[in-house]
Design a protein around this ligand. Structure first.
Ligand SMILES: Cc1cc2nc3c(=O)[nH]c(=O)nc-3n(C[C@H](O)[C@H](O)[C@H](O)COP(=O)(O)OP(=O)(O)OC[C@H]3O[C@@H](n4cnc5c(N)ncnc54)[C@H](O)[C@@H]3O)c2cc1C
Length: 493
């Protein structure tokens, strides 16, 4: 039986391992950390259960499609609920909106904020739906290896309707003038790790995901999605080796022969690297076997890193929903401080996740579980002192806006930023979300899933196709597994 090693147990590695095991390969996943999930790991402390990374469960169809290929459904593993309101956006102390799940109610909300914008929203979402369906059915599952993949008659006919060459900022402004609506529609771009001025309007498909497909929550937290995929993988025969950091990929005559793990050599026939692409190439491969040089990586636009605070409170607080976005500061200044002149932000926007509003299992009774997340530039000097300064800033703003006393009720606090991302995940420049989806880093222009010099080494994850986010990482694993399976079939015939 052909032996495949998967480096890393994030969503992309888990997804790839399931497809390969189902196709009859002997699969072992090596994970440097003691638990699976990668950036979606979780931890427990003082009775609080914290998801460390993703908290927004968008595009439920992608999860359905993944499990269906193994004759399973998400609900075989976890209970999924749709949040309503989907989330709260705070513009300042006395101006906020709750985004309703129901489209008719959303339309009314738009009309209240800008006369006539409800009808514009329906038109906008109609175009976004067209893009979403075309992208999901034609684009995101492409391996990005040949330009001919894009020469699909339906894609070519639709090119102008996809708005690939128009930035999402100017596109949104064609429909809406109220700055709050513009901010609301630009916000999902943050998931792609780029600025609205440089993100193709193709990605208004994310607004369809947000407003039409909805914001969901797997009860128990995102860890239940990780557990579901691990359980599926194990049922298919995948073996897991935790606390197993790969030190080197051994190569002979342009073929990988195996992996060095904790000082031992393990032979394999094929390798899929789902750890950060930059780390795999620069740290695990000799220079002559790399696709890209260090200077190439320096030209790449990384998605942001994040400064996160996991906080447990010994009381309930008002003013927050399950998801709350604090847009009470200027986003353009914050975005410039992430992308154009990378520096610690002068006055950042931030996000607060409070899953205990929905799920009593994530905090002791009467308590609140908070994840406070500030997007920041990659590669910054990350010190305890700087982290504390931002903690005080967000606490001041949260206490003022929610009119609640928070600080005296903190019973647990942990911070997490660049140096943790680098240490825990070997993340290039301490990035959180991989490689940004700018126009010049989309589809075939992203780092290749194939190593061009080592015939049996493949890459997956948020630095390659299709991009950052949980659904794209799951898709990335499927794409690379199917490419490996195809390569084997071609060798046999
Ligand atoms: C704070 C945060 C919030 C986010 N929020 C959302 C959200 O709300 N919704 C959403 O859709 N997406 C969100 N994302 C993005 C999403 O979590 C990621 O895109 C996705 O989880 C990436 O999966 P991956 O498999 O590509 O990488 P990873 O999860 O990083 O997996 C790679 C794995 O490789 C392991 N590894 C690294 N080096 C080695 C080595 N040498 N040997 C062995 N193992 C190694 C790492 O430990 C890791 O487990 C968020 C990300 C972060 C960080």
């Amino acid at each position: 039986m052909c032996r495949v090693a998967v480096i890393g147990s994030g969503f992309s590695g888990l997804s790839a391992s399931c497809f390969l095991a189902a196709a009859g390969f002997d699969v072992t996943v090596f994970e440097k950390n003691e638990s699976p999930g990668g950036r979606a790991r979780s931890f427990e402390s003082n009775g609080f259960l914290f998801d460390m990374g993703p908290s927004w469960y968008w595009m439920p169809d992608v999860f359905e499609k993944f499990f269906k290929q193994f004759d399973k459904k998400p609900t075989d593993y976890y209970k999924l609920i749709r949040l309503d309101p989907s989330y709260r956006v705070i513009f300042n102390s006395d101006d906020s909106i709750d985004v309703p799940a129901d489209i008719e109610m959303l339309k009314k909300l738009f009309d209240q904020l800008e006369k006539g914008s409800g009808d514009e929203l329906i038109k906008f979402l109609g175009e976004a739906k067209f893009k979403y369906e075309l992208a999901i059915n034609k684009l995101v599952y492409l391996p990005g290896l040949k330009i001919t993949e894009l020469l699909d008659a339906k894609l070519i006919r639709a090119l102008f309707k996809l708005h690939v060459f128009q930035p999402i900022r100017s596109y949104v402004k064609k429909f809406f003038t109220d700055p709050r609506l513009i901010q609301l529609l630009e916000f999902p771009v943050l998931f792609l790790g780029s600025k609205p001025e440089t993100t193709p309007a193709l990605y208004s498909l994310m607004n369809y995901a947000d407003m039409a497909l909805g914001t969901w929550y797997p009860l128990g937290g995102m860890r239940n999605l990780v557990n579901a995929m691990v359980s599926l993988a194990k049922s298919l025969g995948v073996k897991f080796s935790f606390n197993s950091e790969i030190q080197q990929i051994e190569v002979e005559s342009h073929k990988a022969t195996g992996l060095c793990v904790n000082g031992d050599f393990h032979p394999f026939d094929d390798i899929i690297a789902s750890a950060d692409y930059h780390h795999v190439e620069q740290d695990l491969l000799a220079p002559l076997h790399r696709n890209y040089s260090e200077s190439h990586w320096k030209t790449k636009v990384m998605s942001p890193s994040t400064l996160i605070f996991y906080v447990g409170l010994n009381k309930k607080i008002d003013g927050l929903l399950h998801h709350t976005l604090f847009f009470d500061k200027d986003f353009d200044i914050h975005a410039r401080e992430i992308y154009d002149r990378p520096q610690w932000p002068s006055s950042p926007q931030f996000y607060v996740g409070c899953p205990s509003k929905t799920d009593p299992s994530v905090a002791p009774q009467g308590c609140e579980n908070l994840m406070i997340l500030i997007p920041v530039a990659c590669g910054l000097n990350d010190t305890d002192q700087i982290r504390e300064q931002y903690f005080n800033d967000v606490m001041d703003r949260m206490e003022k806006i929610t009119q609640s006393s928070i600080r005296p009720h903190i019973v647990f606090k942990r911070s997490y930023a660049h140096r943790d991302f680098s240490k825990d995940y070997n993340a290039f420049k301490g990035n959180a979300y991989g490689l940004a989806n700018t126009l010049s880093q989309t589809a075939n222009l992203r780092p290749s899933i194939l190593n061009k010099k080592v015939s049996n080494l493949f890459y997956t994850g948020q630095l390659t196709v299709p991009g950052p986010g949980v659904p794209p990482a799951i898709i990335s694993g499927e794409v690379v597994a199917k490419q490996l399976i195809k390569t084997h079939r071609e060798l046999i015939t």
